[in-house]
Ligand binder design. Structure first.
Ligand code: BGC
Length: 734
């Protein structure tokens, strides 16, 4: 059947003669199809609708079925499973006039059914191979369930933990966000589109969605062009360079123009500068939102603005579907613009192999075999262990002894549903291993479990039971944090404390005098100095996904020595936000002895935990860095080295970090900038010389005249354990 569609189209093409430009079979097919399509069918390819959700799984409204049959809708999202996508695909390729296959998208952000840690947690692993593998597993499962396209990676740089979507990205650093973006694109797209274990990536949300004013969701973004190009743009550019097939526009405005109607962003920068050749989809109803943004008088005008800006596909808003033909007839948009968009969309369908076999991704056997397979669960457990960050470990309370009597307390201790976090696709809490289950599977010492309190509300009636249990124990493990719904989209918070009575619970447990191990489960940096002070140990467990409990048990009992480090600064209070390591020095840098310097009256400038920070069960000592030369010039490779020694009595992995500071520039430069990391594994007593290479190109930035390049002069270089550690060595770029 499918081959017949292809052959029919190819045959049709052969009658078109040489008026159609020929370059490849892909172009030939697409161009010949375009000549067959009505305006409505073209606009249909530019239209993406969601299917609905019922307890039994995804469903679809009759109206949308009819849209598919009539060729008025070329792509769907939230439709998954081999059976359901096959049923819908059949409508397109058997009941529509031109039989153009549908494209199925979904938010497969950190796993399809086997859920991996939230992306912010994965970024804390500093392990690109593991991050790529995580995306690979997600793609393999998604593609087996009929999906072609994931709305990921989200690569928005985030410096404000009030914004709920910090959980979806790689944190605050541009260099690291670029590396993670590339790894995720590689992971999703695998050996290439068309393989049945690869899905097309969608880089989002272009652009600068991660910087809403005051951290409030969907808020205005206003920043200098320099700031945008230096910090916020590079991760999108990196994902595009890595081959991401599609890009999603952002909801926010940028410099007064909403991203979805922003020709500068979507055409000048994305297409002309970055060379992006795939298609651009809007975020959910983002074209319609140009009206409340106040840049279009009505939806028809909004659609025109979006098309002129460079949008190819309208997600859910039906603006193109309803108004684009009228705009064409009125001469306000051209057929050439529509054809360009349709061509880009059809090309992706072609590359995925859908014209050859529209059902190639709907294979129930593959779906059954791969989803939640032992191999995928093992990868999720490995990623989860690597994502855990040990923030405090006083008196070496961790790792726990298997014979210690443990009280396991807290609203998240025996919870499964929250563990998959936000954007958990088809994941289900029922497939998760809870912390309590993980601990019980590893040790017989668990005395019992008490919730103590709920995640929210002000009920302390459970405290007494929790305290009584704690008093019987050698060590108290308390799992506290946020509910999954508190991070992700539309989940901004003004408080970064633990909600409800959880901080009071921690205080009450600390008052028993038993050593307290606080396990945090949350989607953002938290400002919890009191909790940290009262705890003997603090373990940042984020939302670790399906294998959370097993991974936590591995770490808490020392079968896995933690090595994660923070990809975002943890503030002491909301008042410090936005707080990030690579700030500028200012003309009056902080001086504790002078009032008239850049500081607060009521709190230190320093964070609760700096960017890049994380402990291990062993300790590492760093020598001062040395360089292969004291001066260097463009074209030279400078080697920067330091000795790192494992000074403890366990083998451990250390994430060694390289930072740079440009002492004098034509514009102010950050006090430190991350330029590289290496994960090294050292046996007790073992030393290793860690060497990074730097060239002049690593020192480039947007200079006073906005040209991108380096400037000669002095640079300080650190090789260190986190962004507030180490002594620099100085070199001169000539
Ligand atoms: C989100 C996107 C997501 C889309 C489709 C929007 O609300 O901002 O990130 O991909 O919905 O679910």
């Amino acid at each position: 059947m499918a081959a017949a569609i292809f052959a029919g189209i190819a045959l049709f093409f052969s009658f078109q003669g040489s008026s159609v430009p020929l370059s490849s079979s892909e172009d030939r097919l697409v161009d010949s199809l375009l000549t067959l399509m009505t305006v409505e069918e073209k606009i249909g390819q530019m239209t993406l609708f969601t299917t609905d959700w019922e307890a039994t799984g995804p469903t679809i409204r009759e109206g949308y079925r009819e849209d598919i049959r009539q060729g008025r809708c070329g792509a769907l999202f939230n439709s998954h499973t081999a059976a359901f996508t096959r049923e819908l695909q059949r409508l397109a390729v058997e009941e529509s006039r031109l039989k153009i296959p549908l494209l199925f998208g979904y938010d497969v952000i950190h796993g399809y059914k086997t859920i991996f840690p939230i992306p912010l947690a994965e970024a804390a692993s500093w392990d690109l191979e593991a991050i790529e593998r995580s995306a690979r597993v997600a793609a393999t499962e998604a593609a087996a369930a009929g999906l072609h396209w994931t709305f990921a990676p989200m690569v928005d740089l985030t410096r404000d933990p009030r914004w709920g979507r910090v959980m979806e990205g790689a944190g605050e650093d541009t260099w690291w966000a670029c590396r993670v973006a590339e790894a995720r694109v590689r992971g999703f797209q695998g050996k290439g589109l068309g393989h049945t274990d690869a899905v097309a990536a969608c880089v989002k949300h272009y652009a600068a969605y991660g910087a809403p004013t005051a951290g409030r969701e969907y808020g205005t973004v206003d920043m200098s062009e320099r700031f945008f190009r230096e910090y916020y743009l590079p991760p999108y550019a990196a994902a595009v360079r890595a081959g991401a097939a599609t890009v999603m526009t952002a909801f926010n405005d940028y410099d007064g123009v909403p991203a979805t109607g922003n020709r500068y962003l979507l055409t000048d920068v994305l297409r002309r500068e970055l060379g992006f050749t795939g298609f651009v989809v809007t975020d959910y109803t983002a074209i319609n939102e140009l009206v409340p943004h106040g840049v279009a008088r009505n939806e028809q005008e909004a659609g025109e603005l979006a098309l002129h800006a460079g949008v190819d596909m309208d997600m859910q808003g039906a603006v193109f579907q309803q108004y684009l033909k009228a705009s064409l007839e009125a001469g306000r948009v051209s057929m050439a613009q529509i054809d360009t968009a349709v061509r880009r969309i059809l090309k992706l369908k072609y590359r995925l192999g859908l014209f050859e076999d529209p059902y190639k991704f709907c294979d129930p056997e593959r779906e059954k075999r791969l989803i939640l397979s032992a191999e995928h669960r093992a990868a999720a457990r490995d990623m989860a262990r690597k994502s855990i960050v040990l923030l405090k470990n006083e008196g070496q309370v961790l790792p726990l002894s298997r014979t210690a009597r443990l009280a396991v307390i807290g609203p998240l201790a025996d919870n499964k549903d929250e563990l998959i976090g936000s954007w958990s696709a088809a994941g289900s809490g029922s497939d998760c291993v809870s912390l309590l289950e993980g601990l019980r599977a590893t040790s017989r010492g668990v005395l019992g479990h008490a919730k103590g309190c709920e995640l929210e509300g002000n009920d302390r009636r459970g405290f007494a039971e929790a305290i009584a249990l704690a008093k019987k124990a050698d060590v108290v493990v308390v799992a506290v944090g946020e509910a999954a719904y508190m991070s992700g989209e539309a989940a901004s918070r003004t408080q970064l404390s633990l909600p409800g009575e959880q901080e009071a619970l921690v205080e009450a447990l600390a008052a028993t005098g038993r050593p307290l191990v606080v396990v945090l489960m949350n989607g953002r940096p938290l400002a919890i100095p009191n909790v940290v002070e009262r705890a003997a140990a603090v373990v940042e467990a984020w939302w670790l996904g399906t294998e959370a409990g097993n991974a936590l048990a591995d770490v808490l009992f020392g079968d896995y020595n933690p090595s994660g480090k923070l990809p975002m600064t943890f503030p002491r209070s909301v008042g410090q936000v936005p707080i990030f390591y690579n700030e500028k020095n200012t003309g009056r840098p902080f001086d504790p002895n002078s009032k008239w310097t850049s500081k607060y009256l009521d709190a230190p400038n320093s964070p609760l935990f700096p960017f890049g920070f994380g402990l291990s069960y062993t300790s590492f000592e760093y020598s001062l860095p040395t360089t292969s030369a004291l001066t260097f010039r463009a074209g030279d490779t400078l080697r920067v080295s330091a000795q790192v020694r494992n000074t403890g009595d366990r083998a451990g992995t250390e994430v060694v970090q390289l930072y740079v500071r440009d002492q004098v520039g034509s514009v102010t430069r950050p006090v430190r900038e991350l330029k590289g990391i290496q994960r090294i594994h050292l046996q007790p007593g073992e030393s290793r010389t860690v060497t990074f290479t730097l060239t002049e190109t690593d020192l480039r930035f947007y200079r006073r005249d906005m040209s991108f390049g380096s400037e000669p002069g002095a640079f300080d270089l650190w090789i260190c354990s986190h962004s507030a550690h180490g002594q620099p060595v100085r070199v001169e770029l000539q």
